[in-house]
Design a protein. Structure first.
Length: 292
């Protein structure tokens, strides 16, 4: 979504606020997974003022996805400040996403064979400790692999990848977008990462993790990775993220025994690499990294 400049500057005015909430899906009814179940038409809400009960419910819906805000249904100063902070760092999908396809998950028969491919090495990226774009991508995959009974792989073979990402000039207002899971094993989902953003390690891997969350069928919600806008304090899947993951794919198996830090301190997962003919050429544990 492109948020108009006047919305970011003065979103408290009635028409701008209503348009902003409408564009992000907050007038739609939603289910427990935060997918829209009914669609509200713009003509039904465009003339409402900010004190109308329907607008108050939409504001409450918006606040419920921002864990630092009171869920008052009143667009107060903290809500305005949050909007100004996040409008450059959010997902390109609405907060409340319409459910797509037959379901919101990959079928069981292929949930351990979900290949991903990215061609985003042209983006502007820096890292304080030398982590590469591939490292950020693998780290984003590893969080989902470590918590659910599915396996996301990195493959260099773009023609057969199931989740395929590219760099694109998306304008100033969004970080990335992804299509949602919801079809057969042969589905080919597209993602785009903004080539006009200056990316750093934390921003990139959390965005990768977020967009992969969409590509495995999860909408927006919770206080962790799947918040609609980037939160620099997030370095882990939260309870809502994991609940959505295991609801679709089941829980991950136990980690191998042995000495080391306790649960939740490190993220571990096995990532497989494939050659151009989709033949496996390597499998290794992602290097454990302490959560920030």
């Amino acid at each position: 979504m492109n948020i108009p400049t006047d919305v970011a500057a003065d979103i408290q005015s009635g028409p701008d606020l209503v348009a902003y909430l409408f564009a992000n899906g907050h007038f739609n009814e939603r289910d427990a997974n935060n997918f829209a179940t009914t669609q509200t038409e713009w003509t039904d809400v465009r003339d409402l003022d900010i004190y109308h009960p329907t607008v108050a419910r939409a504001i409450h819906s918006w606040q419920s996805m921002r864990p630092d805000l009171p869920q008052s249904g009143i667009f107060d100063q903290p809500s305005l400040e949050r909007t100004r902070r996040e409008h450059l760092f959010r997902c390109g999908l609405p907060d409340v996403i319409p459910r797509q396809g037959l379901g919101a998950a990959w079928p069981d028969e292929c949930k351990h064979q979900i290949t991903t491919k990215h061609t985003i090495k042209s983006i502007r990226y820096t890292s304080d400790h030398g982590e590469s774009i591939d490292d950020a991508w693998l780290h984003g995959l590893s969080l989902w692999n470590s918590k659910g009974d599915l396996t996301l792989h990195l493959s260099p073979n773009e023609p057969t990848c199931r989740i395929c990402a590219h760099a694109e000039a998306l304008g100033r207002y969004i970080l990335a977008w992804s299509e949602l899971a919801g079809g057969p094993c042969t589905s080919r989902l597209q993602q785009a990462y903004n080539s006009q953003i200056s990316w750093q390690w934390h921003l990139l891997w959390t965005t990768v993790c977020h967009e992969i969350g969409h590509a495995i069928g999860i909408g927006h919600g919770g206080r962790g990775i799947m918040q609609p806008a980037h939160d620099p304090n997030v370095a882990e899947l939260d309870t809502w993220d994991i609940q959505q993951l295991t609801q679709r794919y089941g829980q991950a198996g136990p980690e191998p025994p042995g000495p080391g830090p306790g649960p939740g301190t490190f993220h571990r997962a096995t990532i497989r690499l494939f050659d151009a003919g989709d033949r496996p050429i390597a499998a290794y544990d992602v290097t454990p990294r302490r959560a920030a």
